[in-house]
Design a protein around this ligand. Structure first.
Ligand SMILES: Cc1cc2nc3c(=O)[nH]c(=O)nc-3n(C[C@H](O)[C@H](O)[C@H](O)COP(=O)(O)OP(=O)(O)OC[C@H]3O[C@@H](n4cnc5c(N)ncnc54)[C@H](O)[C@@H]3O)c2cc1C
Length: 423
C-alpha cells in the first residue's frame, strides 16, 4: 500500500491515478472535507471559492473531469473576457494580445516601444530575481503596471524576492523560451485558441469531492498523520489517536511545515529545510455589488496605495450574481490577515469603490495561504529525501491546479512501475 499524506488536489489525483493502475492506496486528510485550499462554500444561493477561483479547461483537466463524472457540472466563461489593472486612478484593460498591446492606455507610448526591445535583452542571469529580470527585459513601467502585479499575483509574492531559478526558470523552459519571452509569445499567438476559464456549478471544490467519492474507502477524512517512521518494510504511519499503519512508500501531499513536523525526529536536515519555506497569507473578501462589470477581474498596479492586490469578477465569469472576490495581504502586507474581519471587509469595500466607482457590501472574510516561492526555496537545494518518500506538492513543483494534476499523474506513473499491482 502507498500512503498519501494530504487530501488536497495533489494527493487525491495521485491516489486516483494509482488506484486506476491497480495500486493499493490510503489517503489521510486532516480536515473534514477533501480539497485542501481548493474548497467551495455557500452563502445563501451563492458559491464562494475559498482558494482558487478558476482553471483553464485544457486537455488534462477535461480528461479528469470526465473520468470522475463531473462533465455535466462544468461551467465555462468566454475566452475573450478582458483583464484589467487599476493604475493611475482607474481600471485599464491589460493587453493580453499584440493588438491590445498597441491600443492599451495602461502604458504610455514610450513604455510600449521599450517592450519591443525585449528580444535584444539577455536571458536570466545567475542569481537574478524575477523583479529585476522582468524590468531588465520589458522596462520599469511595464513591470509596475502589468508584469509585476500579474506575475506576483499568482503567488501573492513580490517578484523582487523571487529568484528566477526557483520561481520562473522551469516555466520559461516549458514554454520553450530561450532568450526572448516576447518572441515566444508572438509565435504562440497564431496557435491554438486559449482554453476557456472554467469551474463547476457548485464551485471548484466539486472536483476534489468527486475524486474522493471515486476513491471510496481509501480516503480517511479527519485523520491527520502525526508521525512517520521508516522501518524495514517501508514506513510506519501513525495517525492522530495512535493507530499505526504500514505503507510500502509515502507520498507527502501536505503543506511544507506539516511535512517538516512529520520528518523532524529521524530526518532533522530535511525537516529544517522544509520548515524554512515561507508561505504568503491572504485574506479573501466576498463582495456583493451591482457593478455589473464584464471581465475576469483586475489586479492593482505596483506603487498604488491600495491594500487590495486583485479582485475576481465571479459574476461575469460564471454567472454568480453580483459576486466579486477581493484578495488582500500576501507579501504586500503580511500582517493584514491578522486584522479583524470587520476592518479587512471595510478596506475591501472602500477600495472596490475607488477602483470601480461602485459600492459593495462584504458578505464574508476568509483566510488562506500559498507558497511564496521566494529566496527561502534555496533551502531545498541539495535536499536528500529519505528512501521511498515522494513529494507531490505545490512547493516542489508548479502550484497551479493544472500543474498539480500533471505532476500527480507523472508521480503515479513512476510509482505504479515501482509498485506494480499483484498479478
Ligand atoms: C488563494 C489561492 C488562489 C489560487 N488560485 C488559483 C487559480 O486561480 N488557478 C490555479 O490553477 N491555481 C490556483 N491556486 C493554486 C492551487 O489552488 C494550489 O496550489 C493547489 O490547490 C494546492 O493543492 P495541494 O493538494 O498541493 O495542497 P493543499 O491544497 O494545501 O492540500 C494539502 C492537504 O494536506 C492536508 N493536511 C495538512 N496536514 C495534514 C496531516 N497532518 N495529515 C493529513 N493531511 C494533512 C490539508 O488539510 C490539505 O487538505 C491558488 C491557491 C490559493 C491559495
Amino acid at each position: 500500500m502507498i500512503g498519501i499524506v494530504g487530501g488536497g488536489i495533489s494527493g487525491l489525483v495521485l491516489a486516483y491515478e494509482l488506484q486506476s493502475r491497480g495500486v493499493d492506496v490510503t489517503v489521510w486528510e486532516a480536515a473534514s472535507t477533501p480539497g485542501g485550499v481548493m474548497r467551495s462554500q455557500t452563502h445563501g444561493d451563492l458559491v464562494l471559492e475559498m482558494g482558487p477561483q478558476r482553471v483553464r479547461l485544457t486537455g488534462p483537466f477535461r480528461q479528469l473531469v470526465e473520468s470522475v463524472g463531473l462533465a455535466d457540472e462544468l461551467v465555462t466563461a468566454p475566452t475573450d473576457l478582458p483583464l484589467y489593472v487599476y493604475h493611475r486612478g482607474r481600471l485599464r484593460r491589460a493587453p493580453l494580445s499584440l493588438s491590445e498591446a498597441v491600443t492599451t492606455d495602461l502604458l504610455p507610448l514610450w513604455a510600449k516601444m521599450r517592450i519591443l526591445a525585449e528580444p535584444f535583452t539577455a536571458g536570466p542571469r545567475d542569481g537574478e530575481h524575477a523583479g529585476p529580470f522582468l524590468r531588465r527585459k520589458f522596462g520599469g513601467a511595464a513591470y509596475r503596471a502589468l508584469l509585476g502585479p500579474l506575475y506576483g499575483g499568482l503567488y501573492a509574492s513580490d517578484p523582487d524576492c523571487m529568484p528566477v531559478k526557483y520561481a520562473l526558470q522551469k516555466t520559461l523552459t516549458e514554454l520553450g523560451v530561450r532568450r526572448s519571452i516576447l518572441w515566444r509569445m508572438l509565435r504562440a499567438a497564431g496557435g491554438a485558441a486559449e482554453a476557456a476559464p472554467c469551474s463547476f456549478k457548485n464551485g471548484l471544490g466539486s472536483l476534489p469531492s468527486a475524486i474522493a467519492r471515486r476513491l471510496e474507502g481509501s480516503v480517511r477524512l479527519e485523520t491527520p498523520v502525526s508521525a512517520l517512521r521508516r522501518n524495514g518494510r517501508g514506513w510506519e504511519v501513525t495517525v492522530q489517536g495512535g493507530e499505526t499503519v504500514q505503507a510500502e512508500a509515502i507520498a507527502l501531499a501536505c503543506p511544507a511545515d506539516v511535512a517538516a513536523g512529520l520528518l523532524g525526529g529521524p530526518y532533522p536536515d530535511v525537516s529544517t529545510r522544509l520548515s524554512a519555506l515561507r508561505y504568503n497569507r491572504l485574506a479573501l473578501v466576498y463582495l456583493k455589488s451591482e457593478a455589473n462589470l464584464r471581465g475576469l477581474g483586475y489586479q492593482v498596479a505596483f506603487g498604488e496605495s491600495l491594500e487590495t492586490r486583485g479582485v475576481t469578477w465571479n459574476d461575469s465569469l460564471f454567472g454568480r450574481p453580483d459576486l466579486y472576490t477581493a484578495y488582500l495581504g500576501g507579501m504586500k502586507n503580511p500582517d493584514l490577515p491578522d486584522w479583524d474581519d470587520s476592518r479587512i471587509a471595510e478596506i475591501a469595500c472602500e477600495e472596490f469603490e475607488i477602483a470601480t466607482g461602485f459600492t459593495a457590501e462584504a458578505l464574508r472574510v476568509s483566510r488562506t495561504r500559498i507558497p511564496a516561492w521566494d529566496e527561502s526555496w534555496e533551502f531545498l537545494d541539495g535536499i536528500e529525501w529519505p528512501p521511498d518518500l515522494h513529494v507531490c506538492s505545490n512547493y516542489t513543483a508548479r502550484p497551479g491546479i493544472l500543474g498539480r494534476i500533471v505532476g500527480a499523474k507523472r508521480l503515479a506513473a513512476t510509482l505504479a512501475r515501482e509498485f506494480p499491482r499483484d498479478p
